[in-house]
Design a protein. Structure first.
Length: 293
């Protein structure tokens, strides 16, 4: 496990290492640490130099003390005084150096913590910038999508307006035609026998109706090429006919008449189809009664 500076300072690891008082585990951990730590190497060097200087000074004093034994009591007293002075000086030096070393370590630790704080802030700013750019890209993509949808709706609306302007004359024409010309829808009779006593359809004309339209309902046949219509009176007299008729998209045929042609009476309208094989064949007939109001 890696040894941190806080642990080294708290348990005085450097002094205990120099004094050979570390446990085997702490010894291995500290040696692995200070091999790559210039700060600990410098502190160990300073401490070792101080201890060597103190040891040298004490040894010199011991030698001087031994020499003073032979020189007399006065000399011994002077040497002892010097030893005491050196011991006091050593204590003063230690008292001065140890706080300085402690402050240096604290300053190094504070600088390390500050560097980590700056690194954390830089990383947070980088992540914030990336997130801001991501949000900007997302907003731009949504704006482009919205603009594309808006342009599509504008084109669709313009096409609908053009289509409305194109169909407006025909719609107005049909509306005007419906308001001017009466339209009557005729259902086919159930029996093909002419002259039914009770007509299936009834139309009521105004005295001012100049033209009318009769809409014939029937079941179209794909084999029929065209149709022919014949209008008969109750006494089986033909008063109108038309050929080459084509059904509309809804399977109906529209016939236009002069309103003066239909007097208050019963009528029979016969519808025939032109077949390529059998010629004209019966398709349907319509009985109706015309009344005037």
């Amino acid at each position: 496990m890696f040894m941190e500076h806080r642990y080294i300072e708290e348990y005085n690891i450097i002094d205990r290492y120099l004094l050979r008082k570390l446990s085997d585990e702490d010894l291995v951990r500290f040696e692995e640490h200070f091999l790559d730590c210039r700060q600990c190497l410098k502190q160990m060097e300073m401490t070792e130099r101080l201890r060597a200087w103190l040891g040298k000074a004490i040894a010199e004093e011991v030698l001087r003390s031994q020499a003073d034994v032979q020189g007399g009591a006065f000399t011994r007293v002077a040497r002892r005084s010097r030893v005491r002075q050196m011991a006091c000086l050593s204590g003063v030096v230690l008292l001065i150096l140890l706080p300085v070393l402690w402050l240096a370590l604290k300053w190094k630790s504070a600088r390390h913590d500050l560097a980590q704080a700056y690194e954390t802030i830089s990383e947070w700013q980088h992540k914030s910038a990336d997130r801001e750019q991501s949000l900007m890209r997302e907003m731009q993509a949504r704006e482009r999508q919205w603009l594309a949808q808006r342009d599509q709706l504008v084109v669709q609306l313009e096409n609908e307006r053009k289509e409305h302007r194109r169909l407006a004359p025909g719609i107005n024409e049909v509306a005007g035609l419906r308001s001017v010309l009466p339209i009557f829808v005729l259902s086919p009779a159930r029996s093909n026998a002419p002259g039914l006593s009770q007509p299936a359809n009834r139309i009521i004309l105004s005295s001012h109706s100049e033209s009318i339209i009769l809409m014939l309902e029937f079941e179209p046949d794909l084999d029929i090429q065209s149709y022919r219509a014949t209008l008969l009176t109750a006494d089986n007299r033909s008063i109108w006919h038309e050929s080459q008729l084509k059904p509309g998209s809804k399977g109906t045929i529209a016939l236009g008449f002069n309103g003066s042609l239909l007097k208050p009476n019963q009528y029979l309208l016969r519808l025939e189809g032109l077949s390529s094989q059998a010629g004209y064949v019966p398709v349907a007939q319509y009985n109706f009664q015309s009344l005037t109001r």
